[in-house]
Design a protein. Structure first.
Length: 487
């Protein structure tokens, strides 16, 4: 160690500081020395027990990580933890590591298609079909008749054509990839005309202009934010135009002085000028939402009937199936998409393919309303919602009230259109200022978590978005959360 001789009188403050540092270093070194070795920790009784559950290498790794973290903490001036504390931390680290952080929750938020909560819950038939192909082998790309190689798309194409009236169909990873694939395969280095009011962001980073740029297609925006006319499209057509694209403005509404072009007008222009018409529907609906008091959501079969060349939609929005991107339309174009290298990169797996097929079969059998959870929620009669809300409110004693409210469909469909519902509301009563937030926190911590929504300091719970078979779980979570408040 280098020495510095200081003149005591002149440099007293510096000397004091140096001595302080030396003293601090000594304490730190002492604390560091108190840290047990890896071997010592591994031979601790409780850690030896863990070998029955976890691989030895994993335990050693975690012990090392813990020691490293404690060493860093000591360097920051925190004293050395006891052996017991170290063992506690190691056990909980291993526990957290070996358990998936992805787990089921109960959605009482009042948003049926909540993207952050995994969008559509699946029917029993769909989950059963997924479980079967997941656990074993299946004829994913194997033709059982000929014994030759087959295509995964055959399992879904017929169903989709039957349902929508389209000539051909292709399923990929999600709707964003459906749009990307079609634009890349059919419009790269060409122009695609879109209304300025439809060059939108859907949420979660999906922006039409960005997807276009990725695909190499040039976006030609026409019209203004609020008004677009068919003449705007016609004037923008050039020899480089590949397609006219309609995007369903699925998550917002423009009101007031507004004019937009109908799909009829766009398809008429497309056929007059021999241009393809693409329709990004987003949600993709097969049933008439207006029958349930909602705004009419465009239906896939309507777009096909109007002669749209390609229609894109999600599998996990109003269809009510697993995450998927569906493309239906003219076989001449879909064949090109099937052969494009990007189709391989964006393909769907066997498990979701099975779930989507089972979901589509519900529509073909005419049992979608009774079987597909999303549609069961939409069509749930008000007296049932009311009865469940009262039951839930009882579990909260005098903290809750049942009030009138609205359920949102969400997931980029039916902007501004809601379903009437009954909500269990917990406001901040009397002296209890954080009651709503504390209760919401308690419900998130229960097993499984129950997720509500907070509006103006009031916790709202909507029975409509909760599966009826989950009611028992909600009731016990509510009683436990109330009991937790009193502590
Ligand atoms: C939701 C949505 C998408 C994206 O669909 P994902 O399946 O989430 O990839 C694209 N376009 C529109 C209009 C949408 O509403």
């Amino acid at each position: 160690m280098p020495f510095v001789i200081l003149d005591e009188a002149e440099n007293l403050p510096a000397l004091k500081l140096a001595l302080g540092i030396v003293e601090y270093l000594c304490i730190m070194e002492n604390e560091l020395r108190r840290l047990p070795s890896v071997d010592k920790l591994i031979s601790e009784e409780r850690i030896r027990e863990l070998r029955k559950i976890y691989a030895h290498d994993m335990i050693v790794d975690v012990v090392r990580q813990q020691l490293e973290e404690s060493r860093a903490a000591i360097m920051r001036g925190i004293s050395c933890p006891s052996s017991d504390e170290l063992v506690d931390s190691i056990c909980s680290r291993l526990q957290t590591l070996a358990q998936s952080s992805l787990r089921p929750v109960i959605n009482a938020s009042g948003v049926i298609l909540h993207t952050n909560l995994g969008r559509a819950p699946l029917s029993k038939e769909a989950t059963a079909a997924m479980g079967l192909v997941a656990a074993g082998y299946c004829n994913l790309e194997f033709d059982l008749g000929s014994g030759l190689r087959g295509s995964r798309n055959v399992h879904i194409e017929q169903l989709l054509c039957q349902l929508t009236g389209a000539e051909a169909a292709l399923v990929v990873n999600n709707n964003a990839s459906a749009v990307l694939l079609a634009l890349t395969a059919l419009a790269k280095r060409k122009e695609v005309i879109v209304s300025r009011g439809q060059a939108v962001e859907i949420g979660g980073g999906f922006r039409i202009p960005d997807v276009m740029r990725q695909s190499g297609a040039k976006l030609i925006e026409v019209g203004t934010t609020n008004c677009t006319y068919i003449d705007d499209y016609e004037q923008a057509i050039s020899p480089r135009t590949a397609a006219l694209l309609r995007v369903h403005t699925s998550n917002f509404r423009v009101e007031g002085f507004v004019h937009s072009v109908t799909l009829e007008e766009i398809t008429a222009l497309g056929s007059k000028r021999s241009l393809s018409v693409f329709d990004d529907l987003g949600s993709g609906c097969f049933l008439d939402t207006a029958a349930y008091g909602l705004a009419p959501e465009p239906m896939v079969q309507q777009s096909i009937a109007l002669g749209v060349d390609l229609v894109f939609f999600s599998g996990d929005k109003l269809v009510g199936g697993p995450q998927a991107g569906v493309i239906v339309g003219k076989s001449q174009l879909i064949d090109k998409l099937k052969r494009h290298p990007l189709a391989r990169a964006l393909r769907i797996d066997k498990v979701r393919l099975a779930g989507l097929a089972a979901t589509l079969i519900h529509y073909l059998k005419g049992e979608a309303l009774g079987k597909i959870p999303v549609w069961r929620m939409i069509s749930l009669p008000m007296d049932v919602v009311e009865r469940r809300a009262r039951l839930w409110a009882q579990a909260l004693g005098d903290l809750a009230q049942v009030i009138e409210g609205e359920t949102m469909v969400g997931g980029g469909s039916l902007p501004g259109s809601t379903l009437p519902t009954r909500l269990v509301a917990v406001g901040n009563k009397g002296g209890r200022r954080n009651l709503a937030l504390s209760l919401a926190r308690g419900l998130r911590r229960s097993e499984p978590s129950v997720i509500g929504r907070i509006n103006d300091d009031v916790l709202l719970l909507d029975p409509r978005t909760v599966l009826p078979e989950e009611d028992e779980l909600v009731l016990s979570a509510l009683s436990n959360a109330v009991a937790g408040l009193k502590q």
